[in-house]
Design a binder for this molecule. Sequence first.
Ligand SMILES: NC(=O)c1ccc[n+]([C@@H]2O[C@H](COP(=O)([O-])OP(=O)(O)OC[C@H]3O[C@@H](n4cnc5c(N)ncnc54)[C@H](OP(=O)(O)O)[C@@H]3O)[C@@H](O)[C@H]2O)c1
Length: 170
Amino acid sequence: MPRPSACSPRPTTNVGGAVNWLEAVLPGMIRAGHGTIAGISSLAASRGLPGAGAYSASKAALSTLLESTRVDLRGTGVEVVIVCPGFIRNGSADPGDDQGKLFLLELEDGVRRILSGIDRGKRVVHFPWQLSYLMRYVVHNMPGLGYDWLISRLAGGARHGGDRPGAVGP
Ligand SMILES: NC(=O)c1ccc[n+]([C@@H]2O[C@H](COP(=O)([O-])OP(=O)(O)OC[C@H]3O[C@@H](n4cnc5c(N)ncnc54)[C@H](OP(=O)(O)O)[C@@H]3O)[C@@H](O)[C@H]2O)c1
């Protein structure tokens, strides 16, 4: 029987960890009246991705948590940036893991884009533009049936592989 991709420790880390650090840093930042918080979400937050259910769900939750926090902090001088990268090659990745990762960026390029977006005062930093457009507009707005059809073809067998962050989406 296929293993659903909903079971993973990532929701705890990605959402619970963010709640913990927000609780830790916000009081001091609000007292100081300035500062920027950047949370690393993902373009995978746009839609439920096969093979990465827990990951997609946790990043969607993180994005909405950060969005709510940004609104809550209006007028305090504390800014919140939601960072939604596409695929970035990281040091720990097995080279074989790069297969199928559209518009994969080198680590330095990804970091440069994140810092540049934060410096420019963007509320949401999302890149690369090709994957961002695909995920945030095309895929995000697709009707359910069309989405299921398309993504299951793009994913191949990945949707039955258990939770595999990055198996289909970033
Ligand atoms: N790489 C991508 O393509 C990509 C795309 C979109 C979004 N992102 C997001 O960017 C962030 C960094 O990703 P990455 O690719 O740089 O991953 P990574 O190389 O695997 O690094 C993950 C980091 O998180 C730490 N970590 C994992 N679980 C933890 C826990 N329970 N408590 C404390 N620290 C923990 C790890 O610490 P240890 O080294 O000690 O294990 C490691 O330093 C993640 O939030 C990821 O979802 C990545």
